[in-house]
Design a protein around this ligand. Structure first.
Ligand SMILES: NC(=O)c1ccc[n+]([C@@H]2O[C@H](COP(=O)([O-])OP(=O)(O)OC[C@H]3O[C@@H](n4cnc5c(N)ncnc54)[C@H](O)[C@@H]3O)[C@@H](O)[C@H]2O)c1
Length: 299
């Protein structure tokens, strides 16, 4: 039990990397606060942790809204009287070239990813201090240090998280609060269906997943030289290590968990792998176009 009796808040933990992290923490003895803007899903995750013998509460929180973050910290204090670990995981993406980015796009990404991390950290620190120190882990991204088309706002938010982390680590070292970031590479998450459903409806999404889920998942192998699919569990393990007492001498660090994705530049072998991803995406794109045309024809 590597987190026995520790109390941990994980933001954005109703699904994906956050859910894997909160479940892993609970299985290692932590009392967890499942926090997400999707309140119903967060409650379901907390209930299932409790049903499996763990300790959890759910708190609906938009990390971009200061009063809600304050309420999250207060709910944690009221229930568990302390806080040892904060994982700033809640995040949203955006793929748009810089000259098409509007103020709304910018605000949505920066308010959630950067303001959210900052706000949760600054409001949680007093309780972590009172608890005698602890660990803050923020989920950044390889995009925080590496360029990609259409990623300027997301990259700015994640680069900001990494830069802010180093200064916060310096601010908080004397109070025994460690601050680190994890930069994931390409991690397969099961939420693709939700995006597809928004585009072509529930039936279409079911059919899409039936046809392409395994192929899509498998295509994630090709993003990195290790040639294995990046899993939410890979990020949860790293977060567990940084949260635990095994990492008491580590602060101010960004740990890249990417299967080696960022180790190679312009390498012919990596270009070959990218072509395989492009083939899968091309096939999925064609199918989606055909389905959209069919739906438009029915109107
Ligand atoms: N999946 C990847 O390949 C990958 C790679 C690098 C970094 N990341 C980062 O990992 C984190 C988790 O992403 P994921 O891949 O699990 O995606 P996801 O969309 O499955 O999870 C994100 C979660 O954050 C929640 N959320 C969104 N806005 C919120 C808000 N304002 N307040 C509170 N909760 C909010 C969502 O409801 C969702 O549960 C994000 O910060 C993301 O940028 C993911």
């Amino acid at each position: 039990m590597r987190l026995k009796d520790k109390v941990a808040i994980v933001t954005g933990s109703a699904q994906g990397i956050g859910e894997a992290t909160v479940r892993r923490f609970a299985s290692e003895g932590a009392k967890v606060v499942v926090s997400d803007i999707q309140g119903d899903k967060a409650a379901a995750v907390a209930s299932s942790i409790v049903a499996e013998g763990g300790e959890a509460i759910a708190v609906t929180t938009d990390v971009g809204v200061r009063d809600q973050v304050q309420a999250l910290v207060e709910a944690t204090q009221e229930r568990y009287k302390r806080l040892d670990v904060l994982v700033n995981n809640a995040g949203v993406g955006l793929v748009k070239p810089v000259d098409e980015v509007g103020t709304e796009d910018y605000d949505r990404v920066i308010d959630t990813n950067l303001r959210g991390m900052y706000q949760c950290t600054s409001l949680a620190v007093p309780l972590i201090k009172k608890s005698g120190g602890g660990s803050i882990v923020s989920i950044a991204s390889v995009h925080g240090v590496q360029g990609a088309r259409g990623n300027s706002v997301y990259a700015a938010s994640k680069g900001g998280i990494i830069g802010g982390m180093r200064a916060m680590a310096a601010d908080l070292a004397t109070t025994k609060i460690r601050v680190n970031t994890i930069s994931p590479g390409a991690i397969y998450i099961e939420t693709m269906r939700d995006f597809i459903a928004r585009d072509i409806g529930e039936d279409g999404a079911d059919e899409f997943m039936r046809l392409f889920r395994d192929k899509l998942r498998d295509s994630y192998r090709h993003y990195q030289p290790l040639e294995q699919v990046g899993e939410t569990a890979d990020i949860a393990s790293c977060a567990l290590f940084l949260a635990s007492d095994e990492a008491t001498f580590i602060t101010g660090q960004n740990i890249t968990v990417d299967g080696g994705m960022t180790t190679m530049m312009n390498d012919p072998e990596s270009i070959g792998r990218m072509e395989k991803i492009r083939d899968t995406h091309g096939e999925m794109g064609q199918w989606m176009q055909a389905r959209k045309a069919e739906l438009a024809g029915q109107k």
